[in-house]
Design a protein. Structure first.
Length: 261
């Protein structure tokens, strides 16, 4: 949580004030972090997940966990489809474009995200498909990279569902008010999540511990469950970016009134 708060303070501060020296330091530090994630963290993740499931198998809980896991995948996939349909129907009402056709145009971005598990790596494909929707180059070039960082609706939904499933599986008490606050905080925390595989769940560990009371073992299991199906959330995120771009493009093209001029 301290790291997340620091990132918000520094990021907002640099956006409103000119600090070229600190800006260069932050950019170079960001490059180092990306290099560390790419070269050290991501290659180890499969072995980490393997050890988590090996421990579950040894404890005799593998059958119950796997049953919940597969049910969760099916439920999340349906929820993601419903979310994308709602996003594109809303965008279609504003932009006047066919929502089903627009969603179909963005499917290559969905397929790419399934393979890369990275919003950042999928940006070129998402940008190309958004241009095919008739979105201007200027708007698409601004909205798509920005949404790759701040629009993580699919990941937020998946983290919430995984947390709820894990608490139900382990008999941990929960209520609506607990998850309402958790979801609101998670929406803010996701802005700080990096667009790399597993970035969302790593950013969410702070609120999982502080608001839901997850211990180290529960957090490790959350990481394993999330990473194992990370591609679905990422695909939902980047596909929904097209709907956001459609709305922003329509607003940008809206004729100005005399008062606005």
């Amino acid at each position: 949580m301290t790291a997340l708060l620091l990132s918000f303070i520094v990021g907002i501060g640099l956006s409103v004030r000119e600090a070229p020296v600190l800006t260069n330091v932050v950019k170079e530090f960001g490059d180092i972090v990306k290099w560390l994630i790419t070269k050290a963290i991501i290659p180890v993740l499969p072995y980490y997940i393997m050890t988590i499931f090996a421990e579950i198998t040894f404890s005799g809980q593998v059958a119950s966990v796997m049953v919940v896991f597969f049910k969760l995948i099916i439920i999340l996939f349906i929820m993601h489809i419903v979310l994308l349909l709602l996003q594109y129907i809303f965008a279609g009402l504003i932009s006047g474009k066919n929502p089903i056709k627009s969603l179909g145009t963005m499917l290559p971005a969905y397929a790419t995200a399934l393979g890369t598990q990275s919003s950042a790596a999928t940006i070129p494909v998402t940008l190309r498909q958004s241009l095919k929707l008739g979105i201007s180059q200027r708007i698409a070039g601004f909205v798509i990279p920005l949404c790759a960082t701040i629009h993580l609706s699919g990941s937020t939904m998946k983290i919430t569902a995984c947390a709820l499933a894990l608490m139900m599986l382990q008999g941990t008490p929960y209520d609506f008010s607990m998850f309402a606050g958790f979801i609101m905080m998670l929406g803010i925390i996701m802005v700080a999540a990096p667009g790399v595989p597993g970035g969302a769940i790593m950013a969410a560990l702070g609120v999982l511990h502080s608001m839901l009371g997850f211990d180290e073992n529960q957090q490790a299991l959350m990481v394993a469950l999330y990473i194992a199906m990370d591609s679905f959330g990422t695909a939902c995120n980047v596909t929904g970016d097209g709907a956001v771009a459609l709305i922003v493009d329509k607003i940008a093209k809206r004729p100005q009134t005399a008062d606005e001029d």
